[in-house]
Every structure is written in C-alpha cells, then in structure tokens.
Design a protein around this ligand. Sequence first.
Ligand code: 5GP
Ligand code: ZN
Length: 132
Amino acid sequence: MDCLFCAIIDGDIPSRQVYADDTAVAFLDINPLHRGHTLVVPRLHVSDVLADPETLSLIAPAIQRTGRLLVERLGADGMNLLVNSGAVAGQEVFHLHVHLIPRYADNPGMRGLLQRSPAADLDEVQRQIVGS
Ligand code: 5GP
Ligand code: ZN
C-alpha cells in the first residue's frame, strides 16, 4: 500500500515528530496554517474518520496530550481541531489525521483559520515543542 503517512510513521520519510505513543504519532504539518500546526495520525492505517468507528477515540489521548504540549510550549491561546473526510472536504492524504492548529491572540476567530501565516521555521518550532 502506498501511503505517505504510513511511510512517515515507519520512518521511511522524514518528519518533525513532536509526540508519539502506542496508538499515534504527531508531527508538524509541512505547510502550516499557523505556528505549530500539527497532525496526529493513528499508527494503524485507516483511510478517514468515517471508515472506522474506533480509531478517533483510540487516538483521543494522543490528541489531548499533543494539544497540551503545543499550548504550553508555544504559548498558544487556543486551538482548532480539524478532520477532513473525503476529497470534497479537502482531504488530500487518505490516512486519518487530526489537524491541531494552535491559535494566537493576534489573529483570532474562524475567519483567520485558513489565512496562511508567514512561513514558520519548522525546525525551530519543533525544538521549541520537544525541548531539544
Ligand atoms: P488534509 O488536506 O488531507 O486534511 O491534510 C493533509 C495535510 O498533510 C496538509 O495540511 C499538508 O500540508 C500535509 N502534508 C502533505 N504532505 C506532507 C509531508 O510530506 N509531510 C508533512 N509533515 N505534512 C504533509
Ligand atoms: Zn497509511
């Protein structure tokens, strides 16, 4: 099976990982909407959130822990969680993933969600989150 996120989970394609546990891996989105934009993906391949009744709840602890990490380390003021299901909804990678999009007081509200922020230095953002 040819799946980008399975390849990232297996380490065959590099990513900037910020959290991992038995159920999920979290890494920075390569094209962030806001500073610290992170994807939480289940280790098991599931194509999308509607394909399986268990997977989203299985990775809920990883989502919460990653979210706390982003808020605490990046000083975010809030966060959007986003799951796209199906191409018409904007899903481009067909391995279930939850977008964790930290939000900051200088650009608030839903209307600011999809306005791309200035290109972030992803290596610096990763260092700030994982503390190395
Ligand atoms: P979707 O549109 O499927 O909900 O989200 C896919 C996300 O994966 C996009 O936000 C896109 O920027 C991100 N993405 C695509 N290719 C890569 C990659 O090779 N590495 C990382 N870290 N993110 C990727
Ligand atoms: Zn996959």
